[in-house]
Design a protein around this ligand. Structure first.
Ligand code: MTE
Ligand code: MO
Length: 368
């Protein structure tokens, strides 16, 4: 693999792996804006960043279980109606490092910032598939349980040097309401190389691994993609019973004057669900207060109200309160389906270190 032509990156990124390049921004910078600037957006790669220099010649071929295969060029994609979809992308491995503190897990370590939010501009996949005669809202009845596979041009060692690939069900791909995009813009700018230039898939509301960058081939296939990243990676396993306790006991002496703290963060749920509530505790979970939630300033956030909220995007939260002494601050959210976060990472530990949705806990020390 050749890492000599990597793009330059923002100096504040924390690098979790250099080759392939995996990095996340400081969490304070991450939650300071609703839309994450491209240079601070987490970068998750499995090989070197490909270079596409002849944009005129660049095309996506659509083939597989269809009558007519087709080469689709950038100009064809730009001719289709353009949609801007605000969607939060989150790696299934976000917060893996916290899981690996329980017991070693396999995979690149991530703090809390393998998540970010952007406006993605591009054509709807449902419109693109119509170009090859696949009707919108193709039901599973007509097409069986077919899937749409996305194949990239990068080279991953997990695929023995072959490209990254992943799939989604055809019924999701042909559903305009699922907002699956072939995106060529991020926050109003052309995609940059790190994020998939010139064209990537965006599958809102599901783990980032399905949003294939540097798209080259779309295959209509009979079953879910058989590639490494779908079959052998990003799967949830039951927790092991051999977990160890984290030692939270090393706390410093109390200080008696109250201190104002501003606690802020992100909350996100999959499948287009909104965030009903965010609870914050500054006494290790004994008492809770409700944080205020927002997406765009000036517009009150209301979960699942399509006029007031972006359904595929995260919700930022904030609360200001007093703390007296060393403590544990906890944040947990409830989504609009009533899903709550599990209290302890121990109970959801899995050997791939994915889907760490447990309460987020931060130890704070009060000093002079
Ligand atoms: N697409 C390609 N071609 N190669 C990759 O390594 N990584 C996937 C996905 N698409 C990947 C890919 C994973 S695991 C995630 S979480 C997202 O891209 C990350 O997208 P980002 O780097 O734009 O944040
Ligand atoms: Mo990921």
């Amino acid at each position: 693999s050749d890492y000599s032509t990597e793009p330059t990156r923002h100096s504040s990124l924390q690098i979790n792996s250099k080759e392939p390049f995996n990095a996340e921004p400081p969490c304070s910078a991450l939650i300071s804006t609703y839309l994450t600037p491209a240079d601070l957006f987490y970068k998750r790669n499995h090989g070197p960043i490909p270079i596409v220099d002849d944009i005129e010649k660049y095309s996506v071929s659509i083939s597989g279980l269809i009558e007519n295969t087709k080469q689709v060029f950038m100009k064809d994609i730009r001719m289709l109606p353009k949609y801007n979809v605000t969607a939060t992308l989150q790696c299934a491995g976000n917060r893996r490092t916290a899981m690996s503190k329980i017991k070693t897990v396999k995979g690149v370590g991530w703090g809390v910032s393998a998540i970010a939010n952007a406006v993605w501009g591009g054509a709807k996949l449902s419109d693109v598939l119509e170009l090859v005669g696949i009707a919108k809202l193709t039901s599973t009845a007509k097409f069986g349980g077919k899937h749409v596979e996305f194949v990239s041009i990068d080279q991953c060692k997990e695929e023995n040097g072959g490209p990254y690939k992943a799939s989604i069900p055809l019924s999701q791909a042909t559903n305009p309401e699922a907002d699956v995009l072939l995106a060529y813009e991020m926050n109003g700018e052309p995609l940059n190389r790190d994020h998939g230039y010139p064209l990537r898939v965006i599958v809102p509301g599901v783990i980032g691994a399905r949003s294939v960058k540097w798209l080259e081939v779309i295959n209509i296939i009979a079953e879910e993609c058989q590639g490494f990243f779908v079959q052998k990676d990003y799967k949830m396993f039951p927790p092991s019973v051999n977990w160890e306790n984290i030692n939270w006991s090393s706390r410093r002496p109390q200080m008696d004057f109250p201190i104002q703290v501003n606690i802020s963060g992100y909350a996100a749920s999959g499948g287009g669900r909104g965030i009903e509530r965010v609870d914050v505790s500054v006494d290790g979970g004994k008492t809770w207060m409700e944080a205020s939630r927002f997406q765009k300033s000036g517009i009150p956030y209301i979960a699942d109200d399509c006029n007031k909220s972006d359904k595929w995007a995260w919700v930022l939260f904030e609360v200001t309160t007093e703390i007296q002494h060393n403590t544990e601050i906890i944040a947990k959210a409830v989504d609009s389906a009533g899903n709550v976060q599990p209290e302890k990472v121990e109970n959801i530990w899995n050997l791939r270190g994915i889907l760490n949705t447990s309460w987020h806990r931060i130890q704070v020390q009060v000093t002079d």
